[in-house]
Design a protein. Structure first.
Length: 381
């Protein structure tokens, strides 16, 4: 049951300061201040991020509420990201939202950042509703979920080391490209023009896609991108020692890296779809959802009508998705304690570990997913 009025959301988990007002699944106002101070360092500096949030949060809230045409008295509740993320950055938005809600006697809810990403596509696509397979791909997380309903999340697989977005960021830096790395890798890949009839000049591994795995293997749905990042660095180091150097080969290497990451993500999602009861809709969230090649390949594999990707402003970190998740939980009567704190390793609420087994033996053709309710929530790295 949704709230009968607008909800204010605050997002400050990393390097975007964002505020939004959402009402009945509609974005009435959304303001985002992206921080430019980190580009010189090739990555986010936590202390700088926190200080920039302090400077921007008042203005972002004022702008979002102005766009929405609402005042504090019109709000039905407030939600803010409590984790995962950078603890100093999280504390800015969380503290601001709690103080705002407390002063106005508004209900308050702490929101999980990745749950927000699950709600993102639904703000723009009516069909992005459970049940669906959720592919969450960002700079800090890569997760594959079965979403039977809002608040009921079955963890099928996740990265065992680096997230896909982190692999893009660090590989972009190794290739001499800018930050953030995902858009830079895509732009560089678009500059590569393959020679007709000739194979690609470089070949990078597709981690954890071995034909030896099957649904009974824990690696069947899991992912790994650390080795892929290392393989690219090895190729780059070799090219730097050859005539002409690395620079002429950057587009081809960027293209091969992008193809490798996308192939892994699409194949792992397809494995989930093969054993999940229809409808096999796929909802994508996180900054890597902006990658055009990923969208194209998912649509080719599942069909355009079955894949839901948010627009770039909703795919990247933003407060509209946080407000949407907050509205759903507040509408259920949930409230957070005023003492709730920021948690960089906050577990996804309602997350259940799924174990996949073969019914007809280790290599049987029929598979099933068994779910184990855990007394302690599964922590997402």
């Amino acid at each position: 049951m949704a709230l009968r009025g607008p909800v204010l959301g605050i997002e400050t988990s990393c390097d975007e300061t964002s505020a939004a007002v959402v009402d009945q699944g509609r974005v009435l106002g959304l303001a985002i201040a992206s921080q430019d101070a980190h580009a010189a360092f090739g990555g986010v500096v936590p202390e700088i991020a926190a200080r920039e949030h302090v400077k921007a949060v008042d203005a972002m809230v004022a702008l979002a509420m102005k766009q929405a045409g609402v005042g504090p008295s019109d709000l039905e509740g407030v939600g803010a990201t409590a984790g995962p993320g950078l603890v100093g950055a999280l504390l800015v938005g969380l503290s601001w939202a709690k103080a705002f809600a407390f002063a106005r006697a508004l209900p308050f809810i702490a929101v999980h950042h990745m749950e927000g990403h699950l709600f993102g596509a639904a703000l723009e696509h009516p069909g992005a509703r459970p049940p669906f397979i959720g592919l969450l791909v960002s700079g800090g997380h890569t997760m594959l979920l079965e979403v039977r309903d809002w608040g009921r999340y079955r963890l099928l697989g996740q990265t065992r080391d680096d997230a896909a977005g982190e692999a893009f960021d660090k590989s972009a830096r190794r290739l001499g490209l800018g930050y953030p790395g995902g858009p830079e890798i895509q732009r560089a890949a678009e500059r590569w023009a393959p020679a007709p009839g000739k194979p690609a000049p470089f070949s990078l591994p597709r981690p954890m896609l071995s034909s030896q795995t099957n649904p009974a293997d824990p690696a069947y749905f899991d992912m790994s991108f650390s080795g892929l990042k290392t393989a690219l660095a090895v190729q780059a180091a070799r090219l730097e020692g050859e005539p002409g150097g690395l620079e002429p080969h950057v587009p081809a290497l960027a293209n091969e890296l992008q193809e490798a990451v996308v192939e892994v993500l699409v194949e792992k999602t397809a494995r989930a779809a093969a054993i999940i009861s229809p409808p096999r809709r796929v909802v994508v969230g996180g900054g890597v959802a902006c990658n055009t090649r990923l969208r194209e390949c998912l649509e080719e594999r599942f069909g355009k009508d079955m894949v839901f990707c948010p627009s770039p402003r909703i795919a990247t970190d933003n407060a509209a998705m946080i407000a949407a998740a907050a509205a759903w939980r507040l509408g259920r009567g949930e409230r957070s304690s005023w003492s709730v704190g920021a948690d960089p390793a906050l577990p996804l609420p309602g997350l259940i570990q799924a174990s996949v087994g073969a019914i007809n033996g280790p290599r049987g053709t029929s598979t099933e997913i068994r779910y184990t309710e855990r007394k302690k929530p599964v922590h997402v790295p």
